[in-house]
Each structure stands twice: as C-alpha cells, then as structure tokens.
Design a protein around this ligand. Structure first.
Ligand SMILES: NC(=O)c1ccc[n+]([C@@H]2O[C@H](COP(=O)([O-])OP(=O)(O)OC[C@H]3O[C@@H](n4cnc5c(N)ncnc54)[C@H](O)[C@@H]3O)[C@@H](O)[C@H]2O)c1
Length: 474
C-alpha cells in the first residue's frame, strides 16, 4: 500500500518505519526542517531500540521523507496523522496541529483517501476532522476519517508496534475500516512473524495480532481510558507505598502479594517518583476535561493526578531527611529521562526534581545513558547542572546520589565503588533499583520508596536514649 505518515516524532517515525517493514511504500512528512534533514541524511533523531536498524533497512527504498504534505497526500491511499496534541493551560488537548494537517489534506485531496487519527485525541475529534476537511473543500465522497490510536511505549516502541496487544480500528464505515485493516494485515494474519529477518518480539512461535473494530468515538475513548487506567495503577501503588512507609511495611513485598493476583497483575505496579512522559500527564488532563465537558464527575482522575504530584514532594522530603540542609550541596543524579529506554524528557519527574533541587541551592552532576543532549538543551549552559560521562564520574565527591530513572545499568553498579566515590555514603533511590540489605552490607545509607530506610547510624531518639540508660543502670 502507499501510505503517508504525517509527523515524524516518537510515534510517526516508528509507525512509518514499521509500515515500511511490513512491505508498504511509506512517505513520512514533517514540518521541522532540522528533523527532516537528519532523517534524510540517514540519522535517527530519537533513542529507540531497533529503530536505527529499520531506518537503515528501508530508507531510500520503501521509506522516504518529505516536507511536502500535498505530495504525500496525492500519492497515498491512507494518511496516518501522528502530530503532537500537547496540553493547553486548562488541560484540554491542543488540537491545532491536527486541524492544520486536516486543512492541508483537504486542499490536496484528488481521489478517495482514508485519513487516520493516530495521535491521541479526545472523543469527537474524528467528527471535527471531517467537518474541517469539508469546510476546506474536500468532497464528502472522497474521504473517510478513522481513529486508530497508538499504544506503543517509548523504549520498546518498535516491538510494541510489531507485536501489539491489540490494534484498535474505530471506523464508522466498512470501506475505510477495510483499508486500515489491510495496512496491518501482515500482523493480523501472522505472515510478518514467519519472516526470517523479522524484528524479534516478546512472543515466540505463531502469533496473530488482534484487531478490534469499534466506532470512531469508542476508539478515541479506548486510548484515553487505557492511559488513565495505567496512570491510576501507578498512583495506586504509590499511595500504598506511603502507607507502607507510615507503618514500617515493605511495598515490594506488598506489590508481589497483590500483583500475583491474575486479576490485578504485576505490571504498572512499580512505586517511585510518579509517572511522566508526553502521554500520561496530558492524556489524563484531557480525559478529565472531556468528562467534565460532558457532565460526568470523574474524581478518580483528580486523585490519580494529586498522588502523582505528591510523589515528587515526598521524594524531596526524603532528600531533606537524608541530607538535612540542601543549600550548597553537591548531588549526583542518575537518570534524566522520564523512564528507561528513551531519551524523552517531556514531563520527566527527574527534571522536575532537579529544578526543585536547584531552587534549594544545590549543584548537580547528572548522568543518563540516552537523555543528556536533550537535558543540556533543557537546562542551558549557565545552569548549575553539569553532565558526567559515566555514573561513576557523576558520583565522584558528591554529597549524595539520587536515582531518578530506572535504567538497568544503574542497578548493576558496584556498590563498593559507589560508597568509595561519594563524600557521604547516601543514596536516595526514587525507583527502588537496589536491595536494601545489599546497600546496608555495602555500608550505604539508603532511602527508597515504600520501604524502611537503611540508616547505619541512627540519630539518638528519646526512646533509644531511655533504652540505653536502662541498659546502663542494669
Ligand atoms: N510518545 C508516545 O509514547 C506516544 C504513544 C502513543 C500515542 N502518542 C500520541 O501520538 C501523538 C504524537 O506524539 P509524539 O510523541 O510522536 O510527538 P512528537 O512531538 O515526538 O512528534 C510530533 C511530530 O509532528 C510534527 N508536526 C507537527 N505539526 C506538523 C505539521 N503540520 N505537519 C507535519 N509535521 C508536523 C512535529 O515536527 C513532530 O516531529 C500525540 O498525540 C501523542 O499523545 C504518543
């Protein structure tokens, strides 16, 4: 099939490269000249496993890049729209990028086209896209609009796209649903997985992706509701972690216990400094707006957001507890990206925490395996954030180490060396990467989420002093 994908970001670039991998002839469109130039030079502008391989495999053959939307529309039978839908100040999704692409498609349309919403959009966007296209002169019989939300996760985006849990096609006519289904056919009939050079995925043996056909409105709601549910799971375990801290229980044990229930499952039950990224925070706010505008009270979403914000404050309190005053402290930060496997800093809790630490007068030396270039842009050359070339370099002479992203490399660090390099033996772990008993054995004071602190020399308390006095008298 001849496919156009508009927007070559984390979603569009992966989708375009994967459609080329499935045998289609793909033209990716973007209006960011710098990104286009990088792509045309054969560079991969984002950190994403298997993406450089796919770009190398198909660039110049089944995959091309252009800034010309009209050209891409005219040559394609299906146009996936994957531009950003960032939040506005009031929490609503900003749909102006989607609207401008719809106008551009309408002006170029010359034959029947299927326009597919791949961006995450609120319910009713499908009908708005249709209206905008009609207002801009597209004949009603020459196009249909389908909602096909994307569920990939950054860090495992290529494998998620090629081995999806489900493909949702929200279409109000069979004709357009059939066109979109054809784009995914090598996944739904399983033929892709039989290819010897198929990208490896989480399943072995025969696999056929599940395609769910819904109405356009239902598909739009499925995406918002899925992200809201996952964010709620994260906030739920974070709230449980706070109770664990209050009563002296261990959230990792509690998590094992509740996650073993097949109705609940272990995934998305990792306590930490809260969710971030370009999706959950904005999608939750947008879903809440949709619910409100339609007269539905959805307080669960408010609470999910509140718990998430509180996690960052709780982490800051732990840093205070470990170090007392912060002004002038030199801190090593491990992790900048909003999660492991990506260079994406959007809504990263690590960035928010670093900004709070800078306000308190700390200086930071940070290390992240993928996100340092983006972080250098984010903080600018004059900030008190410096970047190290390795975790160990970041730790040298620091007053404490803060772990803010769950990169596997960090979990494998040599604990003895951490202790040796730090000025004070203090690790504050926002991702529960380390085992408290091993930290204790390594002589480190260790503060994590939802687990008892490991403090080698506890400060005297009234009770312990009374206890000591009693022992003395005896
Ligand atoms: N990032 C994710 O993990 C993820 C997952 C699922 C869904 N989504 C959704 O997919 C959409 C895209 O997200 P993203 O992370 O890829 O965003 P992104 O910012 O990385 O990419 C968007 C791209 O669209 C381009 N663009 C904007 N306006 C354009 C126009 N008029 N013409 C051509 N190109 C244009 C931008 O230059 C940019 O390259 C969002 O709605 C997001 O919510 C994202």
């Amino acid at each position: 099939m001849r496919i156009a994908v508009v927007g070559s970001g984390y979603v569009g670039l992966v989708a375009g490269a994967c459609f080329a991998e499935l045998g289609h002839d793909v033209l990716l469109v973007d209006n960011d000249e710098r990104k286009l130039a990088e792509l045309q030079r054969g560079e991969c502008p984002i950190h994403e496993k298997f993406l450089p391989e796919l770009l190398e495999r198909h660039h110049g053959k089944r995959l091309g890049f252009t800034g010309d939307l009209a050209e891409a529309v005219r040559r394609s039978e299906v146009i996936f729209v994957a531009v950003g839908t960032p939040p506005k100040d009031d929490g609503d999704a900003d749909l102006s990028y989607v609207e401008s692409v719809a106008q551009g498609i309408a002006c170029a349309i010359d034959d029947y086209k299927v326009v597919v919403e791949k961006s995450t959009v609120p319910v009713y966007t499908n009908s708005w896209v249709r209206k905008i296209m009609l207002l801009n002169g597209a004949p009603a019989e020459l196009f249909d609009v389908v909602s096909n939300p994307e569920f990939l996760r950054e860090g495992t985006a290529v494998a998620d796209f090629l081995y999806p849990d489900r493909i949702v096609v929200g279409a109000d006519t069979d004709r357009c649903a059939e066109v979109v289904a054809r784009a995914y056919q090598p996944l739904t009939d399983g033929s892709y997985y039989k290819q010897p050079d198929a990208i490896p995925g989480p399943v072995t043996g025969a696999f056929e992706a599940n395609l769910i056909r819904t109405s356009a409105k239902s598909a739009e709601l499925i995406k918002h509701a899925s992200n809201a549910f996952l964010a709620m799971k994260i906030s739920f375990i974070n709230a449980v972690a706070s109770v664990c801290e209050a009563v002296g229980a261990d959230v990792e044990q509690v998590r094992e216990g509740i996650g073993s229930d097949s109705r609940i499952g272990r995934r998305f039950l990792s306590p930490g400094i809260g969710y971030g990224g370009s999706c959950f925070p904005k999608d939750l706010l947008a879903f809440r707006s949709v619910a409100r505008e339609n007269g539905c009270h959805f307080g669960l979403l408010d609470e999910t957001v509140r718990v998430n914000e509180e996690q960052r404050n709780r982490f800051m309190r732990k840093v205070h507890k470990a170090l007392w005053t912060l002004k002038g402290k030199k801190l090593a930060v491990l992790g900048l990206a909003f999660k492991n496997g990506t260079d994406d800093l959007r809504e990263s809790p690590a960035v928010a925490i670093i900004k709070s630490l800078l306000k308190e007068g700390c200086s930071i030396t940070a290390y992240d395996p993928a996100a340092m270039d983006r972080a250098a842009e984010e903080f600018g050359p004059n900030s008190a954030v410096k970047f190290a070339t390795s975790s160990y370099e970041a730790l040298e002479g620091a007053d404490a180490c803060l772990v803010l992203t769950e990169w596997e490399d960090f979990a494998a660090l040599d604990l003895g060396r951490i202790k040796q390099l730090l000025r004070y033996p203090i690790v504050v772990d926002g991702r529960n990467l380390f085992c408290p008993a091993l930290m204790e054995a390594a002589g480190l004071n260790y503060y994590s989420v939802g687990r008892p602190d490991v403090v080698r020399e506890r400060p005297a308390t009234i009770t312990s002093l009374k206890e000591a006095a009693k022992n003395e008298a005896a």
